[in-house]
Design a protein around this ligand. Structure first.
Ligand SMILES: *Cc1c(COP(=O)(O)O)cnc(C)c1O
Length: 390
């Protein structure tokens, strides 16, 4: 297995961790080549997560925009309301297979923490989640959810007290307990083999979508569009389509308050090559090479790095990356809610916002698949607040 995607990826971690990562890679390769493991993974995706998720033709949105046909891949209908559960179920089965008794994970807004706590409860594993103090205050409801699911939530008070520091802290704790503890990473980021493992457990999204579009339209789509935080829902949709050169792909990052301000999280648009969380990738940093604080209305896109495979796909020009502001995302959030009766996650609303710009410029026989990575119930309060302040 390649440790790199072009010049991106790798393992920029202490020696003790490299040893564990090598063991993890071996265990992962054995697992995915073991039919009984894959059968169990597919069983829980079907019976617990509720897959396959529908590929839904957004007829009213399409008509209103007057251009390309828009299909939504409904990851919002999964148990726990987003794509993250595909990965946590896969990794928890791997942890169990490796004989680990405990799982730890980082979380920002708490979405990955909730998905991890859910999967840990499913298999009776001890679970500890590390979350920045500021994020814990901002996301009380998710803290209660994790606790109700039986997880311990530990606050991280270092640095910016948000996601980037929670990751560093969790990696530090992992080193101390490496023998019996599995680190369950939440996006297609981190040192090898994590980006590959997360991609593997998320690529079900594209595997289903390619079959569904062929059944419904008898052809491949012209465009795929997905939002990019760390990049797991995007790589999950893209992977199966990558060999089909005629399918164009667009990843959508958070432009926050604007690309001309400091308040954004547009890593691939404005970042530079650098190392963060054990990988070489694109990073948002200042003139001295320090990681800069990032901002987005969407907690799930608020990350100063990005998955190394996306940095590579941008480098080789296979995927294009665009950025959408808070304002555009909120307007797309309201638009999809009103035209389709689907309240999207504010993260997914970034992908919808770009679709709203692109679709009217395309002919009516073109097809766009948008990954609706999650549902927006968690966001209604902050959208309401945003609209009141505006
Ligand atoms: C966490 C999250 C994201 C961003 O993470 P990726 O790894 O980039 O997919 C996007 N959408 C939703 C709904 C999320 O919860």
């Amino acid at each position: 297995m390649e440790k790199q995607f072009g010049k991106f990826g790798g393992q920029y971690v202490p020696q003790e961790i490299v040893k564990e990562l090598n063991g993890l890679e071996v265990a992962f390769n054995e697992a995915i080549n073991d039919p009984s493991f894959m059968e169990e993974y597919r069983y829980y995706l079907k019976q617990f997560v509720g897959r396959p998720s529908p590929l839904y033709y957004a007829e009213r949105l399409t008509k209103e925009l007057g251009g390309a046909k828009i299909y939504l891949k409904r990851e919002d209908l999964n148990h726990t309301g987003a794509h993250k559960i595909n990965n946590t179920v896969g990794q928890i089965l791997l942890a169990k297979r490796m004989g680990k008794k405990k799982v730890i994970a980082e979380t920002g807004a708490g979405q990955h923490g909730v998905a991890t706590a859910t999967s840990a409860a499913l298999f009776g594993m001890e679970c500890e989640i590390f979350q920045g103090q500021i994020d814990m205050d901002r996301q009380r409801l998710n803290v209660f959810r994790m606790e109700m699911l039986g997880a311990k939530v530990t606050s991280v008070d270092s640095g910016t007290k948000t996601l980037a520091d929670a990751v560093d802290y969790a990696i530090g704790k992992w080193v101390e307990r490496i023998d019996d503890t599995f680190y369950l990473l939440g996006s297609a980021v981190g040192p090898h083999p994590y980006p590959t493992i997360v991609k593997y457990f998320q690529k079900i999204i594209g595997e289903e979508a390619i079959k569904q579009i062929q059944q419904q339209e008898n052809c491949l789509p012209d465009y795929l569009i997905a939002c990019v935080g760390g990049g797991s829902n995007a790589i999950g949709l893209f992977t199966e389509f990558l060999p089909h050169k005629e399918v164009k792909m667009i990843g959508v990052e958070a432009a926050g308050k604007g690309l001309d301000t400091k308040d954004h999280a547009a890593t691939l648009t404005l970042g530079k090559e650098g190392v963060i969380h054990g990988m070489n990738t694109k990073v948002i940093m200042d003139e001295d090479g320090n990681i800069s604080p990032v901002y987005s209305i969407s907690a799930g896109l608020d990350y100063p790095g990005v998955g190394p495979e996306h940095a590579h796909l941008q480098d080789i020009k296979r995927v294009t990356y665009e950025a959408i502001t808070d304002k555009e995302a909120v307007s797309a959030f309201l638009k999809l809610s009103k035209t389709e009766g689907i309240i999207p996650a504010i993260e997914s609303s970034h992908a919808i916002a770009y679709t709203i710009k692109l679709a009217p410029t395309l002919d009516k026989d073109k097809i766009i698949i948008v990954n609706l990575s999650g549902r927006g119930d968690k966001d209604v309060e902050s959208i309401k607040k945003y609209l009141t302040v505006e």
